[in-house]
Design a protein around this ligand. Structure first.
Ligand code: MN
Length: 338
């Protein structure tokens, strides 16, 4: 499968690929979905097509910029919808796929064979394999294990916290690399291998292994920092990293350190400015969750799902972030006392 090369010249993209594949960046399911798409396109639409991949990140509101649809054929996978006529293919499973009711209407009215959404699906890559097989009668041979992995990892079906914090299994290591990988040669190698049905093979590749070890060392340093400063209030773990500088922390670490906790609330500085808060509930003690986390985050300008959410405050000071952190902890612990 040919990979498109782009050159930037005087601020203008010189188009060298046939298909632009925009995928959810830094996410195993995003990579897997990009792979399923290019494999489908090559098998079903054009055997000689070349692809230019680009990861998209959450954050920022308003419609997606038209400029991202810069190739003759443009696809978005595992990321939100755009009503642009230049979006030729779209697959997603996020509840928050539509910016507005208007966008949702546009999607419903378009009713094409090339735009697909199902928020009940555990992963976008798994959804794509199932949907494409049923609609286009295409075999997509060798992609079953990719679909199974994407379903498992994107819905956080891990045995226990140790499995996802100690990261001994190759595909879990590949997942970790994907979560820290920017666009570029290695990202394209991963997508290509996944498209060829070689997810287990690329997971044990030497370049993936060495990249994993770098990330894992950072995570171990992050773990030491969290262990030194986290505190608990009833069944809530509080992690305030606002004064810790940039640290890499495994998002399941708190459940590994405090397996009996129900919630984790954390505060970090924003990538460029401000602060970010995240609120999560213990996936291995889901019966203990007493709150809808999305609605708590919405009270402070954030959002998310019932089980996990976040708040981005680009203009807030650390002190303001701490006030919100404490208010959230109070909310989470207050109803427990009732
Ligand atoms: Mn996904």
């Amino acid at each position: 499968m040919a990979i498109g090369v782009e050159r930037r010249c005087c601020g203008t993209d010189v188009i060298m690929a046939d298909v632009r594949v925009l995928y959810h960046a830094q996410c195993f399911d995003g990579f897997a979905s990009a792979a399923v798409f290019s494999r489908f396109y090559s098998d079903c639409i054009s055997a000689t097509a070349s692809y230019a991949y680009r990861g998209l990140r959450h954050g920022g509101t308003g419609p997606l910029d038209e400029h991202i649809f810069d190739h003759p054929v443009n696809a978005i996978v595992d990321f939100r919808y755009s009503p642009s006529a230049k979006l030729h293919w779209w697959f997603d499973h996020h509840c928050s796929a539509f910016e507005s009711l208007n966008d949702r209407d546009t999607y419903m009215k378009r009713a094409t064979k090339s735009h697909h959404w199902d928020p009940e699906e555990p992963s976008c890559a798994g959804f794509m394999v199932r949907r494409l097989r049923s609609i286009f009668d295409v075999e997509l041979q060798g992609l079953d294990s990719l679909a199974v992995w994407a379903d498992k990892l994107d819905s956080a079906k891990f045995q226990d916290a140790a499995q996802v914090v100690e990261l001994n299994e190759p595909v879990h290591q590949l997942m970790t690399v994907c979560e820290h990988l920017q666009d570029g040669h290695l990202a394209e190698r991963v997508i290509d291998a996944m498209a060829g049905g070689l997810v287990e093979d690329i997971a044990v590749d030497a370049d993936i292994k060495s990249r994993f070890l770098l990330v894992f060392e950072d995570m171990l340093r992050g773990q030491a920092v969290v262990e030194s400063l986290y505190r608990t209030k009833r069944d809530v773990v509080i992690v305030d990293l606002a004064d810790s500088g940039p640290v890499t922390v495994n998002k399941f670490l708190a459940y590994y350190l405090e397996p009996d906790c129900t919630y984790v609330v954390s505060l970090v500085r924003g990538r460029h400015r401000g602060v970010q808060l995240s609120v999560g509930s213990n996936p291995w003690r889901s019966f203990a969750r007493r709150h809808d986390i999305a609605s708590i985050c919405q009270m402070f300008g954030g959002g998310g799902h019932a089980v996990v959410g976040g708040i981005c405050l680009p203009n807030a000071t650390v002190e303001q972030g701490r006030v919100i952190l404490n208010r959230i902890v109070d909310l989470l612990t207050a109803s427990e006392a009732k």
